[in-house]
Design a protein around this ligand. Structure first.
Ligand SMILES: [Zn+2]
Length: 363
């Protein structure tokens, strides 16, 4: 039995139109359309060609209907510049990520959701409220992925095919999800995680979560969350030189550009100083890159622990992928490249075969 919605989802995941797939699988547009609406079911050989063109295992198409991520609830970074097809593809990838977490949720107890919803008063204050609630005070933020995970956010990495989508966040049935690019500098990855946290806190699925105003709010939230005002004012001198800024960025693990922006925002740089620091940073390559920046990407602690625990119980990543009807490659794109390192370490087999069903996480 083929589930029609799964053909549509896989097609969107690959960024293909109906015409693309009809050509790739050598079937008529009308037949394909009928398969996707469920009017008729494809024969086995035809389904084989569709699966091959979509590069999905045939088993994928036999699973139950999938709970798609809500299109309206997603905060896209650059909707205007990105084609609808790319956004559909990223959303389909996100749906598959959520399916993976459904599978994990049935086997492990993950941290409870503790992401507050604050629409007021302003991003700066809201960032401080979340910090207080999470017991961070004004200390530099720790590993951002570990931090949001410890408060119930499910983090998934985005396949490199969606570099222009960057990152996005969405609430799905009361559970917050964040999808992160692994193509950017480590510092920008941290800023993305904080930005998406801002969307989750300030723009729930019932509120306007896209557009320039929402983006500005999420950026202001991220800036204030990563670089609390009192902390920056206490460490950075007024009118700081570009070299002091480059050195100072490591306190908060942010990009030199982000710290420059924050210092201007807090009145530590005049308009003129801000522009001249930006020009100098650009000249030195800091606009698009982060020379001598952080080396180690922040990745998921939950996925690492889950796949280590599975490994210790004799369950390999490939078996999980197969159970979900995905290829191992498809699944590994969601796992921040962690499966390879888990395999290298032999999954830390020393734990033996204890039936660990609970993950207690610390950050
Ligand atoms: Zn955004």
């Amino acid at each position: 039995m083929v589930t029609p919605s799964r053909i549509t989802l896989a097609r969107k995941r690959r960024g293909m139109t109906l015409a693309d797939l009809s050509e790739g699988a050598r079937i008529s547009l009308q037949s394909l359309s009928n398969y996707e609406t469920g009017r008729t079911a494809p024969r086995r050989a035809t389904m084989g060609r569709i699966a091959e063109a979509l590069d999905f295992p045939e088993a994928f198409f036999e699973g139950p209907d999938l709970d798609e991520l809500p299109a309206d609830g997603i905060s896209w970074r650059a909707r205007s510049k990105t084609s609808a097809r790319k956004l559909d593809a990223a959303r389909a990838a996100g749906t598959l990520g959520a399916v993976l977490y459904d599978w994990i949720d049935r086997r492990f107890r993950l941290p409870a959701t503790d992401v507050p919803s604050f629409t007021k008063p302003d991003p700066e204050t809201v960032a401080g409220m979340v910090r207080t609630r999470w017991g961070l005070g004004t200390a530099p933020a720790p590993n951002m992925v570990h931090l949001i995970e410890a408060h119930g956010v499910r983090a998934v990495s985005l396949a490199p095919d969606y570099a222009e989508v960057d990152a996005f966040a969405v609430w799905r049935d009361g559970t917050p999800f964040v999808f992160l690019s692994t193509m950017k500098t480590v510092e920008r990855g941290r800023f993305d995680a904080a930005h998406e946290l801002g969307h989750l806190v300030m723009h729930g699925s019932d509120r306007e979560c896209s557009g320039p105003e929402a983006e500005r709010q999420a950026n202001d939230f991220a800036s204030a969350f990563l670089m609390p005002a009192s902390s920056v004012l206490g460490h950075m001198p007024r009118g700081a030189h570009v070299d002091q800024i480059i050195e100072g960025r490591s306190i908060w693990k942010v990009s030199a550009m982000a710290l420059t922006y924050r210092m201007h925002d807090l009145g530590l740089l005049t308009d003129w100083q801000y522009r001249s620091v930006c020009t100098e940073l650009s000249k030195r390559g800091y606009r698009t890159d982060e020379p001598q920046g952080m080396k180690k990407r922040e990745t998921s602690q939950i996925l690492t622990k889950v796949f280590q625990a599975l490994w210790a119980n004799g369950v390999r990543p490939a078996a999980v992928a197969s159970e979900l009807g995905m290829s191992s490659e498809e699944m590994s794109k969601m796992l921040f490249g962690l499966t390879a390192s888990i395999a290298d370490s032999g999954g830390k087999r020393t734990e033996g075969h204890a039936q660990r069903r609970t993950l207690s996480l610390v950050h």
